[in-house]
Design a protein around this ligand. Structure first.
Ligand code: PXP
Length: 398
């Protein structure tokens, strides 16, 4: 099957995730038994759509989607040629964006709905022919979108919880309470898929004792966040966490400030990955949503990348946030397509997580500060469950 997706330059301000649209279209074609056919998808702006709508339907306004089956108006002999061409679906992304806002759904969710609608037209359904046909088409549309939701359920984004800041509170007094090990157990009981701790060189929060007890007690998965420094690597090799996330570490920073410059230190990081892999520890590289870093991570044999969501979370305007979000979506897509497993995290909270969790290229989110902060007021169990609910609901749509 070939899906030819053309996006007009006039649509580029919408930052369209083309890989997602292609994968969803492939899935829809499979569900309708036409996976061996070719499909053309054209994304245009309202102005072009208005001209097309006037030309083909004599209507003086843009519409959301137009479909042109390849055999429409063709000579009867056309069918005998056995061509596997479905035809063209043309979508106005301006209208799709407006409709998404009106229906309070994501832009890509709306685009996928429009592709579904257009595809059913290409397959011969038509809601304009009769009421009965309108009902049948609507029912099929709903069925497909429901199936898509279930298909996504099986790839639901996981939540790994970073309990560093439980240790931060303990270290403020230099005593033994609160214990991040107890916190990890509560997180697991509340449904977390993994626990993350950052053993910093300055030991400002998590201590050596913590990682060793956590290694013994964690039932899900221990992700050790660490700088690629010799003494920490040696600890990791002995500890054997379920995975390690390499981050840049600066003594004077309040928290990890940016992603790793993988492309600038391929040799050093490649050697660390090799060493860790030989000890059976898969490695994730914490990187900014940047194609150069993704390619370098892949080239040096990382199993995962964790995409830095900090700039998206810190955005001070909707426009900036949308822009940062699209960078993350595209980076996740690129990494996923290269065969990397993709996690994301940093700065995510109860408002910013849903959009990221809706990206089905992302396997796991690493969230700490927001959950521990909320736990001060609601208790840890509830804080984890509330975040789980956001992730569960978000990864079912889009
Ligand atoms: N991922 C990485 C690589 C981090 O360094 C951190 C912070 O420790 C997180 C995720 C979690 O960030 P936050 O505490 O802001 O949720």
């Amino acid at each position: 099957m070939t899906i030819e997706l053309t996006i007009r330059p006039t649509c580029h301000h919408h930052r369209i995730n083309r890989e997602l649209l292609i994968r969803r279209s492939q899935w829809l074609m499979q569900q309708n038994g036409v996976q061996d056919h070719n499909l053309s998808l054209l994304l245009v702006d309202d102005q072009e759509m208005k001209a097309l709508n006037l030309h083909w339907r004599n209507k003086h306004k843009p519409t959301n989607v137009l479909s042109f089956p390849s055999d429409e108006g063709a000579h009867p002999g056309f069918a005998q040629l056995g061509l596997k061409e479905l035809g063209d679906i043309i979508i106005s992304v301006d209208t799709a964006a407006r409709e998404a806002a009106q229906h309070n759904e994501t832009f890509h969710h709306r685009l996928i709905w429009l592709i579904t609608h257009g595809l059913l037209h290409l397959l011969g359904m038509d809601h304009e022919r009769s009421e009965g046909e309108a009902e049948a088409m609507h029912a099929r549309e709903q069925q497909l979108l429901q199936q898509l939701k279930h298909a996504k359920d099986s790839t639901m984004t996981h939540l790994a919880i970073n309990v560093d800041h439980v240790a931060t509170i303990r270290q403020a007094r230099g005593i033994t309470e609160p214990d991040p090990v107890a916190a990890a157990a509560i997180c697991e009981l509340a449904g977390a898929s993994g626990i993350v701790v950052h053993l910093r060189e300055d030991r400002r929060h998590i201590q050596d004792r913590d990682v060793h007890v956590l290694r013994e007690t964690i039932k899900t998965k221990l992700n050790l966040e660490m700088g690629a420094a010799r003494d920490i690597i040696d600890i990791a090799l002995r500890l054997k966490p379920d995975m390690a996330t390499l981050v840049p570490e600066k003594r004077r920073e309040l928290t990890t400030e940016g992603g790793l410059n993988v492309s600038g230190q391929k040799k050093k990081l490649g050697a660390t990955i090799e060493e860790m892999n030989q000890a059976g520890i898969p490695v994730s590289l914490f990187i900014d949503p940047d194609s150069k870093q993704i390619k370098a991570s892949h080239a040096i044999g990382a199993t995962f990348v964790e995409i830095h969501t900090g700039r998206y979370c810190d955005a001070t305007s909707e426009q900036e946030r949308d822009m940062e979000f699209e960078l993350i979506a595209q980076a996740a897509e690129e990494a996923y397509d290269l065969g990397l497993r993709v996690n994301a995290g940093h700065g995510l909270d109860y408002q910013t997580t849903a959009r990221i969790a809706a990206l089905d290229t992302i396997e796991e989110l690493s969230i700490g500060h927001a959950i521990i902060t909320r736990a001060v007021f609601t208790g840890l169990d509830q804080a984890v469950r509330e975040m789980q609910k956001i992730i569960r609901e978000a990864s079912r749509i889009a």
